[in-house]
Design a protein. Structure first.
Length: 332
């Protein structure tokens, strides 16, 4: 019996951790109970198990530059931990893959591919062979102009002992990526296609053909981030509609949370369906109250049964109890 099928989130039981956060889009949970959250001031916020906070910024940058949280300045987006405990950052503001130490030393790992600018770097993931997988959402700048249903210029980069190379291209706003437990498949959130795709992973890092995983359309909102639980359910954050949807191993979707503004979501969906660029004035009206512009799902806690929600507009991190533990990430 899959417990996710009868599970819905009790909104009254949701609590929060952290304060004065800026754009906590991606969250990493660690075994010691601490969290690392992306921060729009150009670094990463460390939140201890008891709530104490320390903002880790690159040394020598002075006062953090002001940011709109979307397109300007250094904007850490996706995060991963390397084998030494440094934070690898997909920076959608600087269009680079960066490595930030806990003492603030910043190194640029990748800022071009085949001599050309990367584009809007979104997410980074480390596998069990210490390879880095990087998503680039779009080559369009500013990236909000890529929020339309008829553009597919995103791609995936693999960084291994051979260097950096594109292993998948022509994707619809490539967002978060995850592996299943055996790393047999790489799962991709194709944001503007409203779907999850997956690729078989070959031993040399090459990918097989794209296939749709679960429903061809996940309903209102655009899929942003996701995470597997230990039972093989894939929990998906649907931005702008602020829905949390789980795809079970049979491919069926289950709505766990629906916190969006229904009227604003409907207007967004109608505009998105035209294929035109959705006006930012319309997008700004969307979002709920728990994790406005919900972006990501992270399993943490000692038993991996605490779920943390990332977002673009919340200033703290909501969390709640899951009936099933998460699939441990490679740094766990």
């Amino acid at each position: 019996m899959n417990p996710i099928k009868d599970f819905t989130i009790d909104v009254a039981a949701i609590r929060t951790i952290g304060h004065d956060l800026q754009r906590p889009e991606c969250i990493l949970a660690r075994r010691d109970g601490s969290l690392l959250a992306a921060d729009a001031r150009g670094g990463v916020m460390h939140i201890g198990a008891t709530g104490e906070q320390r903002l880790i910024l690159p040394t020598g940058i002075g006062t953090p530059a002001s940011s709109d949280g979307l397109t300007s300045g250094s904007l850490p987006n996706g995060l991963a931990l390397d084998s030494h405990g440094n934070v690898v950052i997909a920076n959608i503001g600087t269009d680079r893959v960066e490595c930030l130490s806990t003492s603030g030393e910043l190194r640029v790992l990748l800022d071009n591919i085949d001599g050309k600018p990367l584009g809007k770097v979104n997410f980074v993931l480390r596998d069990s062979r210490d390879r880095l997988w990087v998503t680039v959402s779009t080559r369009v700048s500013p990236w909000p102009n890529a929020i339309r249903s008829n553009l597919a210029d995103g791609y995936i980069v693999l960084i291994d002992e051979r260097g950096a190379r594109i292993v998948a291209d022509g994707l619809a706003f490539t967002n978060e990526i995850r592996f299943d437990a055996s790393e047999a498949f790489l799962y991709v959130a194709e944001t503007t296609a409203k779907r999850v795709s997956r690729f078989a992973v070959r031993d040399n890092g090459e990918l097989g053909p794209r296939e749709t995983y679960g429903p061809s359309q996940l309903g209102p909102g655009l899929i942003d981030g996701f995470a597997f639980d230990a039972d093989g359910n894939l929990w998906c954050a649907m931005i702008f509609a602020d829905r949390l949807v789980a795809i079970d191993p049979a491919g069926d979707a289950h709505v766990l949370l629906d916190d969006g503004d229904k009227e604003a979501t409907a207007l967004f969906e109608a505009a998105f369906a035209t294929g035109d660029i959705v006006p930012m004035s319309l997008i700004e009206k969307t979002g709920g109250t728990i994790a406005p512009w919900m972006t990501s799902v992270t399993f943490g806690g000692l038993d991996l049964k605490t779920v943390y929600l990332g977002s673009l507009k919340q200033h703290s991190i909501p969390f709640f109890a899951s009936p099933v533990p998460g699939l441990p990430m490679i740094h766990w």
